[in-house]
Design a protein around this ligand. Structure first.
Ligand code: DX5
Ligand code: ZN
Length: 220
C-alpha cells in the first residue's frame, strides 16, 4: 500500500497569515497544499483567485492542488497555471465541454483533475479517466469547511477505484470534505490516494504531529 498523501485545505487557515501557514506546512513535511477557489456562483462562498495564488507561489515549493469551484473554469485555466497551480481540478458540473477543458489544462502545463459533487454519477467521467491525473470525490456539498462526511461517498470511492483498475489507469483518487483521523482509514481502504483535510488538520497544531497522526491512522 502506497503512503497516503495529505493535502491540507488552506480554507481552514488564517488568510491574513497565508505565507506563514505555507512555510509551516513545508517545514512540517507536507508536500501538497489544497487551494479552494470559490466564485460565489458555483458555490455559496467566495475565497481567492489567481493573484493570491501567484503571491502564495513565491512563499513555498508545495505542490499546489487547486480546486476550482467556479462556473465556466475554462475562462481562467491559463491564469491559474501561470499563477503557479501544479494541478488544476475543475468540477464536471461547472463546464459544458469537459474534454476540451481537460485538454486546456494539459496545454497550460498543469496536471488535470475533475471533481464530482456528491450526487454526480461516476459515469460522467468514465471515458476521461485515462487522461486524468486525479479525480476528486466531494464528500460534502462544496462551499464551506467543517461539514459532516456524507457516508455514501465511501461506496463511490470504491466504485471509482474499480473503474480505474478496470481501465488499467493510474489516476489518483482524492477525497474532500469531512475527512477526520477517525474515518481516514476506511477511506484509504476504499481506494483513496489523497485526502484533503481542512478543519481536522488546521485546528490541531503542531502540523508535523498532526500529519504524522493522519499517516499512522491511514495506515491502519
Ligand atoms: C469544501 C472544500 C474543502 C474544505 C474541506 O467546499 O472544497 O476543501 O475546505 O474542509 P473540511 O476538511 O473541514 O471538511
Ligand atoms: Zn476543496
Amino acid at each position: 500500500e502506497k503512503e497516503t498523501i495529505i493535502s491540507p485545505s488552506l480554507l481552514s487557515c488564517d488568510f491574513s497569515r497565508l505565507a506563514n501557514e505555507l512555510k509551516a506546512l513545508e517545514e512540517a513535511g507536507l508536500k501538497w497544499a489544497h487551494l479552494d477557489v470559490m466564485d460565489g456562483n458555483f458555490v455559496p462562498n467566495i475565497t481567492f483567485g489567481p493573484p493570491v495564488i501567484k503571491s502564495m507561489r513565491k512563499e513555498c515549493n508545495l505542490f499546489f492542488d487547486c480546486h476550482l469551484m467556479i462556473e465556466q473554469p475554462e475562462r481562467y485555466i491559463t491564469e491559474f497555471a501561470n499563477a503557479g497551480a501544479d494541478l488544476i481540478c475543475v468540477h464536471a458540473e461547472s463546464t459544458n465541454h469537459l474534454e476540451r477543458t481537460v485538454a486546456a489544462i494539459v496545454e497550460a502545463g498543469a496536471k488535470p483533475a475533475i471533481a464530482l459533487n456528491p450526487a454526480t454519477p461516476l459515469e460522467s467521467i468514465k471515458y476521461l479517466i485515462p487522461q486524468l491525473y486525479m479525480v476528486l470525490i466531494m464528500s460534502v456539498n462544496p462551499g464551506f469547511g467543517g461539514q459532516k462526511y456524507i457516508p455514501f461517498c465511501t461506496d463511490k470511492v470504491r466504485d471509482l477505484k474499480a473503474m480505474i483498475t478496470e481501465q488499467g489507469a493510474d489516476t489518483l483518487i482524492q477525497l474532500d470534505g469531512g475527512v477526520t483521523i477517525d474515518n481516514c482509514r476506511e477511506l484509504v481502504e476504499a481506494g483513496a490516494d489523497v485526502l484533503v483535510s481542512g478543519s481536522a488538520f488546521f485546528n490541531f497544531p503542531p502540523y508535523a504531529e498532526r500529519h504524522k497522526l493522519f499517516l499512522e491512522r491511514c495506515a491502519g
